[in-house]
Design a protein around this ligand. Structure first.
Ligand SMILES: NC(=O)c1ccc[n+]([C@@H]2O[C@H](COP(=O)([O-])OP(=O)(O)OC[C@H]3O[C@@H](n4cnc5c(N)ncnc54)[C@H](OP(=O)(O)O)[C@@H]3O)[C@@H](O)[C@H]2O)c1
Length: 299
């Protein structure tokens, strides 16, 4: 082999070119750096071994995101208030995907708990690459003057202040490491206001504004900021909105095929795997029979 290479300078060049091409296609997968993934196409960011922090992972979109990122080989920090359910999900993900999962109970409304838990993450977990701000809810669907102000507090404290606390705690580390991606789960309610949804719509308009401002504030820090804005997704969302009234919750999706948590997770994964020079500012996803927050065609 050695003699053949020395005797044939042209072949020699070809041999090294071939080696380079092989290294390019086979290599880099295990390094926790921003190299390309050969699985999804040669220019896309690999999620393998990335640390992804997802809020609100006990159901719906957050849970789907946890499974989708684990499937791509990412290690997860997941949290929510229902710790029993969260631990079950964490174990299932570990068993299915052989990734590391750090699960802990967190109410994103609790500023101190958010800051302390993120400040005190074990060293192997504190370099968060991707943050998915998903925890959120709607409470009630009433004319504004019939609303219960306690519901406003819950929505504002979770959807807006919770998102702010988590982002404010995680962003400085991303800035120090000069790498990070924040993906907020907004809503079509952040673009279109609809009747009986004054405060929920206001919180999602706030998420839209926060997304845009934070993107501007971090533009020189190699941080990407995106929002994924779904329309009708069938999750536990409507059960919570109607205080556990399952009949009312079911009617929201009657006569059409709604989106699923997995549809939204798919868009989140797309957003997180673009080449390094691309930022997806916003993706709006609607059910096929939904034209806006208020215009829906039901069979
Ligand atoms: N479903 C839709 O049609 C739709 C449309 C547009 C946008 N969205 C948005 O999508 C996000 C996820 O909603 P979803 O549809 O997946 O609803 P979901 O099935 O009810 O899930 C909500 C998740 O958020 C968690 N959560 C709620 N309050 C929390 C708090 N204070 N602290 C920590 N975690 C909390 C819940 O966990 P615990 O209860 O265990 O804490 C749960 O895991 C929300 O931001 C929602 O506004 C939903």
């Amino acid at each position: 082999m050695k003699c053949w290479l020395l005797k044939n300078p042209t072949q020699n060049k070809k041999f090294w070119m071939l080696c380079l091409i092989l290294v390019y296609y086979l290599g880099f997968e295990d390094a926790k750096v921003n190299f390309v993934s050969k699985k999804r196409g040669k220019f896309m960011l690999t999620l393998k071994n990335k640390i992804v922090f997802i809020t609100g992972t006990t159901s719906g979109i957050g849970k789907s995101c946890a499974y989708a990122f684990a499937k791509e080989g990412a290690n997860l920090i997941i949290n929510a208030r229902r710790i029993g359910l969260l631990n079950e999900i964490a174990n299932d993900i570990r068993n299915k995907f052989n990734v590391k999962v750090f699960a802990y109970e967190l109410d994103v409304r609790n500023k101190k708990a958010v800051l302390d838990s993120i400040d005190n993450l074990p060293e192997e977990w504190n370099s968060i690459d991707i943050l998915i701000n998903n925890a959120g809810l709607a409470k009630g669907l009433n004319k504004f003057y019939e609303d219960n102000p306690d519901d406003w507090n819950e929505m504002i404290d979770t959807n807006v202040k919770g998102l702010l606390y988590v982002t404010h705690a995680i962003l400085p580390g991303m800035i120090r490491r000069n790498f990070g991606h924040i993906i907020n789960i907004g809503s079509i309610a952040g673009h279109d206001a609809y009747p009986k949804g004054a405060v929920y719509c206001a919180t999602k308009h706030a998420v839209d504004a926060i997304t845009k401002s934070v993107r501007m504030d971090t533009i020189d820090k190699n941080i990407l900021v995106s929002t994924i804005d779904p329309g009708l997704v069938e999750t536990n969302f409507s059960n919570i909105r109607f205080y556990g009234d399952k009949e009312k919750a079911k009617n929201v999706y009657k006569g059409l095929t709604p989106l699923t948590g997995d549809d939204i997770a798919d868009a989140v994964i797309y957003c997180a795997t673009r080449p390094p020079h691309v930022n997806i500012a916003e993706i709006t996803l609607l059910a096929a029979r939904q034209a806006s927050a208020t215009v829906v065609h039901r069979e």
